[in-house]
Design a protein around this ligand. Structure first.
Ligand code: GDP
Ligand code: MG
Length: 664
């Protein structure tokens, strides 16, 4: 039987980093609050008796959002036997608030003071032995990002499980609250204890904090009267008395155990003076993004892509071709494998280097703390649309993949805002759409590939924000949420995090190329080589796919393209957006002769095609996530309809506006 230990702490204090260090797992770490939205478990290598759970972050045990609720419920469940309280040593005042609450629950707890490297750099010294005595819990300093203090922490955790204690020892030694409140709390605690309530002390404090009696019987009326009288005398509500008591206690505690520091804190402030500047903030953000695109899709990315493409052609295609010829397979099998599956998947895979570069750059920004500023900057704009800057983070995750982004919208406490955020996330251009942009941009706009791709990303953001404005009325009904994102300190990005982020994305991409894309490429090849009589046909124009495509194609005529191949490529994109490139490869053989696309598209209609690709209904996986998280078939169908209409209308508008300018 292994013991369950939960990692509990404020958002962005390093829980997931610690979790990864403790268990050797590779969970997503980001330098902003709200990255972990579901609990994850893992077993440390040499301590198989422990089962560690990584929880979403909490500022307080009174939960406000759905993910905080998840964390809170887990902590209070019997399953959770002990708690490792991760404390961000740099923001220790705020973090210890939760620590005091945890101590009040009486759960066995060990505090891991994280970010010790930063404290050391700033010359802050803490007497943890004394602090441990004053709080009555074991305390240890760790640096999660460097794996320091991990082994000792695990040993403390094991000790904790071995001598599970019931009563919080903290309050035996120290009085946290003023004498009057303290005695009221003791009285309330007696009421709860007499009914064998678990967490009696916590319930007692919570009674004065939130006014909830948890359904227990007793003379709560008298207590409430006494509390009101106290509040009157102190000129402060009891919940304020409770939190003030905690903060006063923390200040006193730190005065006794901490020395030095606070000279380097201005570093973040200085950078922020520039990057969150009232006027320069937005231009700086766009300049940064443009640089990223120039690296990923400009000469560096393209050079890498060429190398990769060459190797794939020589090693995989030529190799398989030789093998198949030797084995003497039928023409159909040869075509299916070489021209269908391998070429289709290869066309998709060839974008791996560019995508990797993009994700390395994005995770650099994220881990340094800059992305949290971007969210902060966007708050002003987003709040006008009824969203909050908090929606920005899930939206930003949508640049990677809509699926985790949709799940990440759980950080929004307001249900309506959450729904609205989920509905517009698919407009954020995900990594899977990149290959399509890259193919078209290099054929039709060879001199400005990064700029074209950047413009599509920008358009996605614009349509998302516009949609928020449009959908605000029906979806939000005038409800507004508050933005409480705090700005994390700037940090040197850690190689390990960047590796984890980038590898996860690449794996995802390659895995899809190996599964969904293979199936859809095989299907496209077969359907484009079988005639309507289900026999092989030499002329793809006579194929089943052509018939299907021609049937739908007229719908796209107003957008400037009605070639059946273009239309069926879009259809195949419903399985996964990468499949569009796979299909184009099979139908046009674009990798050997990309300019064939000019026989079907003009610059104008190519851009219109890209706009449609950007905005139309996301892939099957994202739709599944959307359906699950929206928890309503009605809203799900509305989302799909909205996305299709938005895609068609925007592409139509842009196509015609370009037409007008061309005509001038
Ligand atoms: P969570 O929200 O509590 O799960 O926090 P994360 O594990 O996602 O970490 C938040 C940020 O803090 C990331 O940028 C980490 O790289 C960084 N971080 C975590 N632990 C340490 C540490 O010990 N030292 C330093 N300097 N940074 C850390
Ligand atoms: Mg986390």
């Amino acid at each position: 039987m292994s013991a369950n230990i939960a990692l509990v702490g404020n958002p962005n204090c390093g829980k997931t980093t610690l979790f990864n260090a403790l268990t050797g797992e590779k969970q997503y770490v980001g330098n902003w609050p709200g990255v972990t939205t579901e609990k994850k478990t893992g077993v440390p290598k040499n301590h198989s008796g422990l089962l560690i759970t990584d929880l979403p972050g909490l500022y307080s045990l009174h939960a406000y959002t759905q993910e905080e609720e998840t964390a809170k419920n887990y902590i209070f469940s019997d399953k959770c036997q002990a708690v490792i309280n991760v404390v961000d040593g740099v923001n220790i005042e705020r973090n210890l608030y939760l620590t005091l609450q945890l101590i009040e629950t009486g759960k066995p707890i060990v505090a891991a003071i994280n970010m010790s490297d930063v404290l050391e750099k700033r010359g802050i010294k803490t007497d943890y032995k004394k602090m441990s005595e004053l709080l009555g819990i074991p305390i240890i300093a760790v640096t999660a990002s460097k794996g320091q203090g991990i082994e000792a922490l695990l040993e403390l955790a094991e000790d904790l499980i071995r001598n599970e204690r019931g009563e919080p020892s903290c309050l035996k030694k120290t009085v946290v609250y003023g004498a009057e409140l303290q005695s009221l709390i003791e009285n309330a605690k007696r009421i709860f204890s007499s009914q064998n309530a678990n967490y009696a002390l916590w319930r007692a404090v919570a009674f004065f904090d939130t006014g909830k009696d948890g359904g227990y019987k007793g003379n709560f009326d008298i207590l409430t009267k006494q509390a009101d009288a106290l509040a009157e005398r102190q000129n402060m509500d009891t919940d304020m008395l409770v939190s003030d008591g905690k903060y006063d206690f923390i200040t006193g505690l730190l005065r006794r155990v901490r020395k030095g520091g606070s000279s380097k804190k201005n570093f973040s402030k200085k950078i922020d003076a520039v990057v969150t500047h009232r006027i320069f903030a937005v231009p700086i953000f766009f300049a940064v993004m443009l640089c990223i695109f120039a690296v990923s899709f400009g000469p560096p990315g393209q050079a890498l892509k060429n190398v990769f493409g060459y190797l794939y052609g020589r090693l995989i295609i030529d190799g398989a071709s030789a093998l198949l010829t030797k084995a003497g397979v039928s023409e159909m099998t040869y075509g299916l494998i070489i021209q269908g599956i391998l070429s289709g998947a290869g066309a998709v895979l060839s974008f791996l280097p560019e995508i990797a570069l993009l994700f390395i750059s994005l995770s650099l920004l994220e881990d340094s703390g800059y992305m949290a500023r971007a969210a902060f900057i966007s708050d002003r704009l987003l709040s006008k649309s009824g969203l909050s800057g908090k929606s920005f983070i899930p939206m930003l995750m949508g640049f990677g993949c809509s699926v985790p982004a949709i799940i990440a919208s759980r950080t929004l406490e307001n249900d309506r805002q959450r729904r609205l955020t989920m509905m517009i996330i698919p407009f954020m251009s995900c990594g899977a759409r990149l290959p399509i942009y890259a193919v078209f941009a290099s054929v039709f706009f060879p001199d400005s590939v990064p700029l074209i791709i950047f413009s599509l990303y920008l358009l996605g953001i614009i349509i998302a924000v516009l949609s928020a404005f449009i959908l605000k009325k029906p979806v939000l009904k005038g409800n507004k949420g508050e933005f409480i994102l705090e700005l994390p300190e700037y940090r040197m990005p850690s190689l390990k995090n960047i590796r984890i982020h980038t590898l996860a994305r690449i794996k995802d991409f390659a895995l899809k190329a190996g599964t969904v894309i293979v199936v859809s490429c095989a299907a496209v090849w077969l359907l484009s080589n079988l005639g309507t009589d289900f026999k092989m046909t030499g002329d793809t124009g006579e194929s089943i796919l052509a018939a299907l495509g021609r049937f739908i194609a007229p719908m796209f005529k107003p957008l400037g393209f009605d070639d059946w191949r273009a239309v069926t490529a879009l259809l195949s994109g419903l399985t996964a957006k990468e499949a569009v490139v796979g299909s184009l490869e099979i139908l046009f053989n674009i990798s050997t002769n990309p300019t064939v696309l000019t026989s079907v598209f003009t610059q104008q209609s190519a851009y219109s095609f890209l706009v449609f690709t950007l905005l139309y209904t996301p892939c099957a996986a994202a739709l599944a996530a959307l359906k699950r998280e929206l928890k309503s078939v009605g809203w799900f169908l509305i989302s799909i309809a909205y996305q299709l209409i938005a895609a068609w209308l925007t592409a139509f508008l842009i196509y015609n506006v370009i037409g007008i300018f061309k005509g001038l």
